[in-house]
Ligand binder design. Structure first.
Ligand SMILES: [Zn+2]
Length: 415
């Protein structure tokens, strides 16, 4: 990596500073439903990025509509997203993204970081994804110390709602994706260092059934049971796990009914559907619409479905394979062998891919047991993964490879 050795050596000196940032950041609760905590954490991050970014913006996000457990519409507000930019006029543009929020609410007993041994820390968000933010910052600092940085514009988006599906920030992500050539997302890689290649798509759906209440003893036949109708629907959906290979259909929440002597006029289910590809997404959506129609007619109930595939599938497309190949080559120069795995899990990489941006979404450090009170980070991965990211950016800035075609078609409103 001609011309970048000094920067790679500088990254070697950054293990302790990265660890100390991560420990400080993880002591601030930033659960998805704790906007005040997210804002406090964002304040620290703004300070850390200040020496690097030419522009810093806190962007208010639109509220997101949802359905509560009684079937009533509710609106969900989140904290601002952070956007840092540099050289928006450069010919080459990259989008770097990761989230500010964690899955741990302020009421969780898991709130602080402990050093397990010399190579491991455990704490809320150490790997997912505050470790990724520290690593991204270090990689960008290294890049900015090189002459080639002049050729590369970058946008960093740190969103506050990824752990609940990025419902408020998805528009911001899609807009930024349209202005970049490639994307890197700093979710942790797997404990053995493997990275994620393609991902299934995921859709969340709320099914609200309204029937007719009646006295069980006096007028049972006049009632229309919302629970019975919903049970029929849920049973059919479960069958897709067999009849549509590759699809995962899970009813995760079910509500309904009040009293034993009343035919229930209300029932609700929340269903998560995961699909392999776009064709399966269309097929699953069609089946859900058909099924709803059939059950509502046969049970004489009203059924309303809300929700969508907010995380479309992330397939292996040509530009994605080019980018993966370049990452492998970059890793080879650094002595890092990249292994790939497909995943049924989704992240913002799905949304960026759906917006046409080839991206690698596990650029963060090695860690595991995420989303549990055993979440850990492997400290020895911080330096090599920051070097991997910095080198890839440096190679792209230097013209070592091309990926995507956005930069030739970029619209004026990207600046
Ligand atoms: Zn994450």
């Amino acid at each position: 990596m001609g011309g970048f050795d000094a920067q790679l050596r500088w990254i070697e000196s950054q293990k302790a500073p990265m660890q100390s940032s991560i420990e400080g950041w993880c002591a601030i609760n930033s659960g998805s439903h704790n906007p005040a905590g997210i804002e406090a954490f964002a304040g620290e991050v703004i300070e850390a990025f200040a020496p690097l970014a030419a522009q810093t913006q806190c962007i208010a996000l639109p509220a997101f509509g949802s359905i509560d457990d009684r079937g009533e519409p509710i609106s969900f507000e989140t904290a601002d997203a952070l956007v840092f930019r540099k050289r928006p006029d450069a010919l080459r543009q990259v989008l770097l993204a990761i989230h500010l929020d964690t899955v741990y609410p302020p009421t969780s007993p898991f709130q602080s970081v402990v050093q397990v041994d010399s190579a491991t820390i455990r704490g809320p968000g150490v790997a997912d994804a505050k470790g990724g933010i520290a690593l991204l910052l270090t990689a960008l600092c290294a890049l900015e110390q090189s002459a080639a940085a002049e050729n590369l514009g970058w946008t960093v988006i740190l969103n506050p709602d990824e752990e609940i599906g990025s419902p408020c920030s998805m528009g911001l992500l899609a807009e930024a994706a349209a202005c970049a050539d490639l994307g890197l997302v700093f979710e942790p890689c797997l404990p053995d260092g493997s990275m994620i290649s393609r991902r299934k798509g995921s859709g969340n759906f709320t099914i609200v059934v309204r029937g007719r209440a009646a006295h069980v003893g006096r007028a049972f036949a006049e009632g229309r049971s919302a629970i019975h109708a919903l049970a029929t629907l849920v049973e059919q959906v479960a069958g897709w796990n067999e009849s549509l290979p590759g699809v995962i259909a899970n009813t995760g929440v079910i509500r309904g009914g009040d009293a034993l002597n009343v035919v229930p006029d209300f029932a609700l289910a929340r269903i998560n559907l995961r699909v392999e590809d776009r064709a399966q997404q269309i097929e699953a959506s069609r089946r859900l619409a058909d099924l709803t129609d059939r059950v509502s007619r046969s049970h004489e109930v009203e059924i309303k479905v809300s929700g969508a595939f907010l995380s479309p599938p992330k397939p292996l497309e040509t530009n994605m394979e080019v980018l993966m190949g370049e990452l492998e080559r970059t890793g080879k120069d650094l002595g890092i062998e990249i292994g790939w795995q497909a995943s049924g899990g989704v992240c913002d990489g799905n949304k960026l891919a759906a917006a046409g941006l080839p991206n690698i979404d596990t650029m963060g450090p090695q860690g595991g047991e995420i989303h549990s009170d055993r979440e850990y980070l492997m400290l020895d991965s911080l330096v090599p993964r920051a070097q991997l990211c910095a080198s890839l950016l440096h190679r792209y800035a230097s013209g070592a490879f091309e990926v995507g075609a956005n930069r030739h078609t970029r619209k004026g409103d990207c600046r």
